[in-house]
Design a protein. Structure first.
Length: 400
């Protein structure tokens, strides 16, 4: 497995921090455990003794006797032999009852640098706020970026576009690149999705109507990149003989977001400089799940392109919004460290009308922030101070 520097660079400064718990969370099979082992390897390179590094994978039967906060506290403390710092790595810790109390109890001793991973809603801020408020730093791990996939697969430059189309269809989960034939890829991604549904959603949130739940996900993925309307979803479910309340609909969508299957993107009023609470959109965390959960025979490359740009932006640490203007919208408004950028995404600038539509989206925006159009085109269509970028150049990082 490649070194995931995009995340390790952010985490390194906290390696020896004993006052803050390091939380590594995200979609199942996105690479959290690998990052944990890479951190361990780097700490070992600093001549830290092996017995001062304690690693527990709660999916392993070797640790099945640890089920509660008290069990965990007792096990860790039984390993302590001196006053030096111990490095604690707890993989998939959400399996432990009241784990927050255990790790906070260890944290207050200032003897431990604690790292934890998790895959479901218990690893989001809402449920950690009571016991761990202000006592942790968190790092959301996403499936592989295009640049990481190039490194993993050793893809040559002339094959970048072919690789991109493969990602459009099968997504970016690291392990799926171990499989060559389509049936194996489909089976693997389906198994990942099923494990998320059964372990992280159905069991935890007591969802009984799995059929409606899956139909809601299918609908959201099929309208990806378009405004969300609860009324439209309810009507769609009625036609599919699945009637649910609006409240249930929103609870199911929240469950999909909390398990990191989809991401909610809020709308931003470009002129009013405020985040709006309505007319949001949803994007898939991984395009492979879109492959197995929709009925479309053909891949919608335009939607996939928009989705992969979104996923790349959040991997780079940008806050991402849908931009509302006086005359329409801009695909993405992104910000990082007070720097704002505007982005339009289209598959191809194939006609004068398309060029006018994409570049014209910025006509009502009169500020001086950088504006971009990203597409598959290899020719440079930059004009009027708006920079056009080829998607490969954007994903590799040569531009933007």
């Amino acid at each position: 497995m490649i070194k995931r520097e995009i995340y390790l660079n952010k985490i390194r400064e906290f390696y020896d921090e004993t006052s803050l718990i390091k939380i590594i969370y995200g979609l199942r099979r996105s690479g959290k455990s690998v990052i944990l082992t890479q951190i361990i390897d780097e700490i070992k390179q600093r001549k830290i003794k092996d017995d001062h590094i304690i690693y527990i994978n709660f999916e392993s039967l070797d640790f099945s006797e640890i089920t509660t906060a008290k069990d965990l506290d007792k096990y860790i403390k039984s390993k302590i032999k001196d006053e030096n710092i111990y490095y604690i790595f707890l993989d998939e810790i959400q399996k432990i009852e009241q784990f927050e109390k255990a790790i906070n109890s260890l944290r207050i001793t200032n003897k431990f640098s604690i790292f934890v991973t998790g895959s479901n809603s218990r690893m989001t801020f809402a449920e950690l706020s009571t016991d761990l408020s202000g006592r942790y730093v968190s790092f959301k791990i996403n499936p592989l970026t295009f640049k990481e996939i190039v490194e993993l697969t050793n893809t040559k430059k002339e094959d970048y576009e072919k690789l991109l189309f493969d990602i459009f269809e099968w997504g970016s989960l690291p392990q799926r690149f171990s499989f060559k034939d389509e049936n194996s890829k489909f089976t693997y991604i389906s198994d990942v999705y099923d494990s998320i549904i059964l372990r992280d959603i159905v069991e935890r949130l007591k969802i009984k109507d799995i059929t409606s739940f899956n139909k809601i996900l299918q609908y959201l993925l099929e309208i990806e990149g378009r405004e969300f309307s609860a009324t439209n979803v309810i009507e769609y479910l009625k036609k599919e003989n699945s009637e649910i309340s609006t409240q249930t609909l929103y609870s199911y969508i929240e469950a999909l977001c909390s398990a990191f299957i989809i991401n909610k993107v809020n709308r931003y009023d470009v002129h009013g400089k405020s985040v709006l609470k309505s007319l949001n959109k949803y994007y898939a965390s991984d395009l492979g799940i879109k492959k197995i959960k929709t009925n479309a025979k053909d891949v919608n490359y335009s939607n996939c392109l928009e989705n992969i740009v979104y996923n790349e932006l959040i991997s780079r640490g940008y806050e991402v919004y849908i931009g509302k203007t006086k005359k329409g919208e801009v695909d993405f408004v992104v910000s990082k460290q007070k720097e704002i950028k505007y982005i339009q995404v289209t598959y191809l600038l194939s006609s004068e009308d398309t060029i006018e539509r994409e570049f014209g989206a910025y006509k009502s925006i009169d500020d001086n922030y950088q504006k971009y159009v990203i597409s598959m085109d290899k020719l440079d269509f930059s004009k009027d101070g708006i920079k056009h970028i080829n998607i490969i150049d954007f994903l590799i990082g040569n531009e933007f």
